[in-house]
Design a binder for this molecule. Structure first.
Ligand SMILES: *Cc1c(COP(=O)(O)O)cnc(C)c1O
Length: 375
């Protein structure tokens, strides 16, 4: 225990903000808190302190929270009804668990996140994957769902929009038409979209949409949003027999922690930032072009439509073979130049995100890559 207590000193020595590194980690860029959320985080840091907003009320009855969940979030997601979940994966599971039966088959894209699979396993589902097109773009052709739908009669279909590896944005609207034609419930996994870019469940013709607060909505976590079409109300929001106001799928009420305060505090900023999405796409494309000039290759859709970029970097792999730090050289050399977020040990391929980085920061990163490529 003494040793553990000593180890916890690390918490005080992180200086995550003060050091001022530029962070390229895709899973972290969209979750950086707004100043308002950072204040809310401290304000509501004590356990269950969210109840102090309206003493005596259940948390889902608190007027401010109610307004957020029943007005602002549905509008933002293009959904009729919204629930807060513990994260994107829990939301995916909630839907599977409510609308399918054990042993049912579902169809998902081959670029799906691993949590789609773990959620399906937990719900005892059989998963069929629509393969991607392979290197270099790894595209999902949503028309490929059709044959599999006819063959397997799935209980639901899922599209990852975009996927967390290549940042590809498949034709979600087209899949909405296919889902309608065959009457199959359709979930859009927007963990990397909701809070970054404009997205509307209704416009896609989907039944459900999922977002991740800590990934893309400037929130501390863990927290997710689940939007649905009202036709699923009876099934998704079924009530407890014993406690007639409590929704069983959400165990009475999932939101009760700090994360909801940060999600709400950041929301006005998030609303504004999604309007500037075209700028984010332009920056990602510029960055991709500049790195390709060094001999790197961006995989995934090109021109790219998202800030999540996957690169293949044979030149860095070659350097790693003779550098004294070996495969950790790229991480170390970037860190020396004030840049973090590429997985330590990776050189041959890696992911990064340019989300919310300004031109000067991008320039600094590109210059660092130019210098490192010259080692
Ligand atoms: C990050 C991610 C998830 C998991 O998000 P959580 O909110 O942490 O559960 C699910 N799907 C995709 C595509 C992701 O990128």
């Amino acid at each position: 225990m003494i040793h553990f207590r000593e180890s916890l000193r690390k918490f005080e020595d992180m200086h995550r903000e003060a050091i001022g590194y530029i962070n390229l980690n895709p899973i972290q860029r969209g979750g950086i808190l707004t100043p308002e959320a950072r204040k809310a985080l401290i304000e509501f840091a004590d356990g269950y302190s969210i109840y102090d907003l309206s003493p005596g009320l259940e948390v889902d009855e608190i007027p401010l929270i109610k307004e957020f969940i029943s007005e602002h979030l549905p509008k933002f997601l293009g959904a009729d009804l919204v629930r807060i979940t513990l994260g994107a994966r829990e939301g995916i599971f909630n839907i599977m668990h409510s609308i399918t039966k054990p042993g049912d088959t579902i169809i998902v894209d081959g670029n799906r996140h691993y949590t789609t699979i773990t959620a399906a396993e937990r719900a005892n589902l059989r998963v069929i994957e629509v393969p991607n097109s392979g290197a270099p773009e790894y595209r999902i052709n949503v028309e490929d769902y059709e044959v599999l739908i006819k063959e397997h009669k799935p209980a639901m279909i899922i599209l990852t929009y975009p996927d967390g590896n290549y940042g590809n944005l498949p034709d979600a609207k087209k899949l909405g038409e296919i889902s309608k034609e065959y009457g199959v419930p359709y979930l859009v996994n927007g963990a990397y979209a909701v809070g970054r870019m404009p997205i509307s469940m209704k416009e896609f013709g989907a039944d459900f949409i999922i977002g991740s607060g800590h990934k893309s909505m400037a929130s501390s976590g863990t927290i997710g949003v689940l939007g649905m079409d009202k036709k699923w109300k009876k099934i998704m929001l079924r009530k407890s027999e014993k406690y007639q106001r409590k929704e069983v799928e959400f165990l009475g009420c999932e939101l009760r922690g700090t994360a909801i305060a940060t999600l709400m505090a950041s929301f006005p900023t998030v609303l504004e930032r999604v309007k500037k999405w075209d700028k984010e796409v332009k920056k990602a494309r510029y960055f991709s072009r500049e790195l390709e000039k060094l001999g790197l290759r961006q995989l995934g859709e090109k021109p790219h439509n998202h800030d999540l970029l996957f690169f293949e970097a044979p030149i860095f792999y070659e350097i790693s073979k003779r550098h004294k730090k070996g495969r950790f050289f790229l991480y170390k050399e970037l860190k020396k130049r004030g840049i973090i977020g590429i997985k330590p040990g990776l050189t041959k391929n890696f992911k990064l995100s340019t989300y919310q980085l300004n031109k000067d920061e991008l320039k600094k990163i590109i210059d660092a890559f130019v210098e490192i490529a010259d080692l």
